[in-house]
Design a protein around this ligand. Structure first.
Ligand code: ZN
Length: 273
């Protein structure tokens, strides 16, 4: 919904270098994402929604981690010892429309396509970690993998629609283990947070995390991250901003496209090497 510019392009090669130890043969054959979701008819147990957000919107609960990398590796999606992929299993409840389901699958496909080592597949019996994508509570979910399955909420509500490719990808990226870009330890070097204009119920979504708690993995602040917020998000006075770009960066455009930025891809791949 906003124009896009990538603040800093950090390019990392994730493939094996020439002469490196060969990777397992299965590593070279990640199967294509199944946009038909043929196996999706199987339903896993519905996880509990623990600690429901009091304030629907783009709200996150659970373990709060920095976008740039989980400190707690137990909150990362597990690596399949057989295939070498990090399994990101999903289930979509049947009450979405066909168009909504297609949109969710497109967003899941972006993860499967862009994150080299993450394999996105429908949940199958025996898988203990999965996202349970259901209608409700606007767009909300947990940050990082939760054992026993976890809910991701998506819906069109009075707060606006969460059924856009960008927002679905944003919520699923929370589940991968990333928090909002504007909570990075270095965000004050890029943005001024206008606390007085933020609805009190949403102030926690602007909380900054210290570098003792989180790491930015050496990447630069990314104005184009799908994990950013709009400059007017959750404003008391919608005509005034809740975040302002510092003057030294005013020549840059703030905003994102419908898919991952280059830095998003870099960071997520670093988390799932
Ligand atoms: Zn969010």
């Amino acid at each position: 919904m906003l124009p896009i510019i990538v603040l800093s392009l950090v390019v990392v090669c994730f493939g094996p270098t020439v002469g490196a130890v060969p990777v397992g043969s299965l590593d070279l054959n990640k199967e294509p994402f199944d946009l038909e979701a043929r196996a999706i008819e199987m339903a896993p147990p519905a996880p509990q929604w623990v600690g429901a957000p009091q304030y629907p919107g783009d709200d996150t609960i659970g373990v709060q981690v920095e976008r740039s990398g989980l400190i707690d590796t137990a909150k990362r999606w597990p690596k399949n010892a057989t295939t070498g992929w990090y399994d990101f299993n999903y289930y979509i409840t049947p009450n979405f429309t066909a168009a909504e389901k297609s949109l969710i699958l497109v967003a899941l496909n972006i993860i499967h396509r862009d994150i080299a080592k993450v394999a996105v597949r429908p949940w199958v019996s025996g898988k203990k970690e999965y996202v349970y994508i259901r209608k409700g509570l606007a767009g909300s979910g947990y940050v990082g993998m939760q054992k026993g399955g976890q809910i991701v909420n998506l819906e069109v509500s009075h707060l606006g629609t969460c059924m856009t490719k960008h927002t679905v990808l944003h919520e699923l990226t929370h589940a991968l283990g990333f928090h909002h870009e504007h909570t990075r330890p270095d965000r004050d070097s890029y943005l001024e947070i206008v606390q007085a204009n933020i609805k009190p119920a949403y102030l926690h979504n602007f909380q900054k995390y210290s570098s003792q708690t989180v790491t930015t993995a050496g990447t630069a602040y990314d104005f184009a991250s799908v994990m950013g917020y709009g400059l007017y998000s959750f404003a008391i006075n919608p005509a005034q901003q809740t975040m302002k770009i510092l003057p030294k960066w005013s020549h840059l455009t703030y905003g994102w496209g419908a898919e991952y930025s280059r830095t998003d891809i870099t960071e997520i791949n670093l988390m799932y090497p």
